[in-house]
Design a protein around this ligand. Structure first.
Ligand SMILES: Cc1cc2nc3c(=O)[nH]c(=O)nc-3n(C[C@H](O)[C@H](O)[C@H](O)COP(=O)(O)OP(=O)(O)OC[C@H]3O[C@@H](n4cnc5c(N)ncnc54)[C@H](O)[C@@H]3O)c2cc1C
Length: 295
């Protein structure tokens, strides 16, 4: 029985048998039984709670830049947040919906002469995904500029960031079960030209070091204590190691890139091979940061 038979979606747009590879930056993965695209807050909360009510914990998807779905597909409903993307600036505060791109929030901050989000400009995820992961780069982390988060957990709750847990790529939200709706960032007055120059400088550094020209999900592994995953992988001689259409990037060993026709299975097998060989070479166990969704 198609899952939508038991889901009451009240006119919220959805598709069945949606190809998830079109919605994730790795450009791999199978089909979603139902892929729901709410257009506003009411629809987002309804899609999420209706799925829960029929016994299926939904998969919330932002920009899909840290996620890949199983080649065999997923039966749980996928709820996309990209339809909710409002950003508003009020003094030194910026409020942004969960589906707003981090790059757009950072640019809104820059245009308002607010400093603090320069580090986030090149992270290709949404506000929801970035809060969920406590995304970070170049010495900055989302938690450093986060004032509060509004989320749905049976009811709508707003909590100051200080009352939530934010560790390294791990937060109160990482275990799942809450739907992040929006976030407020607290920034500082700065100089617009200097902020934009910093963003440009960081973008150039990314282009130079990262394989942005090929599909990927960014850094595959968390940074192990006292080292860098990319260095350990390179030291193990794994640059260019290929399984099917997935390859350890020759430009940055911390990335796995889809060189054409790569599948989620290829990705998973390559991740396991890298973990095994790095462990043999250096004794370090690498933990994946990319989320593989299987059911
Ligand atoms: C080229 C490239 C460079 C990258 N560079 C960086 C970097 O410098 N630093 C960094 O930290 N990351 C980086 N990433 C990884 C990624 O962009 C971040 O982890 C980002 O925060 C993920 O956001 P997303 O919207 O794409 O999340 P998704 O991949 O869509 O989702 C990630 C997780 O968050 C959950 N989620 C998303 N939205 C919500 C919500 N509203 N409510 C509840 N749960 C939600 C999902 O269920 C999933 O488990 C990079 C990725 C790429 C492809």
């Amino acid at each position: 029985m198609p899952i939508t038979t038991s889901l009451t979606l009240r006119g919220i747009p959805y598709t069945e048998n949606e190809d998830t590879s079109a919605h994730v930056s790795m450009k791999a993965g199978g089909k979603a039984a139902v892929f729901i695209t709410p257009r506003n807050l009411t629809e987002l909360i309804h899609a999420y709670s209706a799925s829960r009510m029929c016994g299926k914990i939904p998969i919330v998807l932002g920009n899909g830049t840290n996620t890949v779905f199983s080649d065999g597909g997923v039966v749980r409903p996928v709820v996309s947040t990209l339809g909710l993307a409002n950003i508003s600036v009020d003094g030194e505060y910026i409020a942004a919906d969960c589906g707003a791109k981090l790059s757009a929030v950072a640019m809104a901050a820059a245009n308002a002469g607010l400093t603090g989000l320069e580090f986030a400009h090149g992270i290709p995820g949404t506000v929801g995904g970035a809060v969920f992961m406590n995304a970070g780069a170049y010495g900055g982390e989302i938690k450093d500029v986060l004032e509060s988060v509004t989320y749905f957990d049976g009811e709508i709750v707003t909590k100051p960031a200080g009352e939530l847990y934010f560790g390294y790529r791990e937060t109160t939200f990482s275990k799942g079960g809450q739907l992040i709706l929006s976030a407020v960032f607290k920034l500082k007055k700065g100089n617009e030209a200097e902020i934009k120059a910093k963003m440009k400088e960081l973008a150039a550094a990314r282009r130079e070091k990262q394989p942005l020209e090929l599909p990927s999900a960014g850094s595959v592994f968390k940074r192990p204590v006292g080292s860098f995953a990319g260095k350990l992988i390179e030291d193990a001689g794994l640059k260019g190691l290929t399984v099917g259409g997935m390859q350890v990037s020759v430009k940055h060993a911390g990335f796995i890139v889809n060189i054409g026709g790569g599948t989620e299975t290829d990705f998973e097998n390559l991740v396991k091979e890298v973990q095994k060989r790095v462990k043999e070479n250096s004794g370090v166990e690498l933990t994946p940061e990319v989320r593989i969704i299987k059911d």
